[in-house]
Design a binder for this molecule. Sequence first.
Ligand code: PLP
Length: 462
Amino acid sequence: MKVRASEELDEIRSEIRSITSDIIRKVQKRNELCKQVGEIKSRLKIDVRDEKVEQEIRQLVSNLSNEIGINPDFTGRLLNILLSESVRLQLKEQRDQIQFENHLTIFSKAKELEAAGKEIIHMEVGEPDYSPPEPVKSVLSSIFDLKRYHYTETKGIMQLRTSIAQKSSNGLNPSNVIITPGGRFAVFAAISSLLVPGDELICIEPVWPAYAECACLVGSTVSSLRTTLEDGWSPDLEKLANMINSNTKMIALNYPNNPTGKILERKILDQIVSIAKDHNLYILSDEVYRDYTFSEFASIMEYGYERSIMISSFSKGHAMTGFRVGYAIAKDSIVDRMAKVQATALTSVAEPMQYAALAAAEVKPAENTKRMKKRLDLICEKLHEMSLSFVKPDGALYVFPKLGEGLSDHKVVQRALDLGVAVAPGSGFGGPYSQFIRLSACQTHDKLEKGLELLNSVMRSN
Ligand code: PLP
């Protein structure tokens, strides 16, 4: 009896092995076909993502799953993994043919030129050029004597978490706060602890690319809701609702927005929260530019939504990019999950930097806000004189103008760099924005004026 059962087991296992091999062969065939699609799209210069085609295949898989009695959530996740791989292969195909650039690659090029002796005006990165708050200085000089140079609790020192919780919202506890090395790691910790392969993240473009990059890293799929200059960068909420399926797990919001400076109207945010609640979705709200708001700003924390994660940082408002201190606020169980990622990856944020942030947290950076507003006004005035279209930013550090007819971001960015001003290509913030560039206001008035003069000469020489 035992022998027969063991033979049966061997037979079934052998069949499973054979089916698994078949699946792998089919996936290989699928990937090859996707690469061919990528080549054709690259030749035709069309977008890699095609929501309509994806929707059709999603429907087909859902119908088939119901027909043959397999869990559609599972097959949806499986399909998302295949779709992600297809997008990755097709993007690779395109990037192999054109040189891919974003604000970071331009920043590296600008640094190389500087090292070779060329003078560059940096309008490509969002790094304030002014100093951190004064009290930070004395804290840094006392670190050694006070022996504040050890590992800390993974979630961060209690004083800093308490200070952030008290300043952020009524009823928050330190257990709702995790201190991370920059807002960027808070994004990574949130996405990697809450999404699994095959889950779907919705991003509203144009947007800082890190959310999509993190999602891809953990094997999740990204769906992009695209906004336009003509619509004042407002998201179409009907489209948003239609994008959601049973594998959608999170919406990433970034307002004030990088690169447009847009702030969502409160009633739009109300509706997004309501859609998220209906579908039990996480909302990752990256509010690192919340100190630079020039019109009414509603934070996700005002909603008390239990699946929200608010991310902020000392990098921008307090001009402390190199200190690498950011944080996330969420309900305890989400913070605990993020802390596991942080413990695995880096133990804790450097203790001296947490004490520096504690001192900075006592300073409201209102002067920085005023200074940035003046700089952005200057950029807007000059762009207006250059007859470029843009939406005046409600916040953040950037303006996102549209280039004139026939100009592409890469051409303009390269020519501007040759003349000595670095700016960021629009296509680094989403598929269809190659007609835009992002201008950062993190320079003095004089430098901004000079940079915009150089940019103007690039435009006129076309
Ligand atoms: N979030 C957004 C929207 C950003 O634009 C940036 C940096 O440019 C960050 C987060 C990263 O900030 P941090 O320096 O705190 O990692």
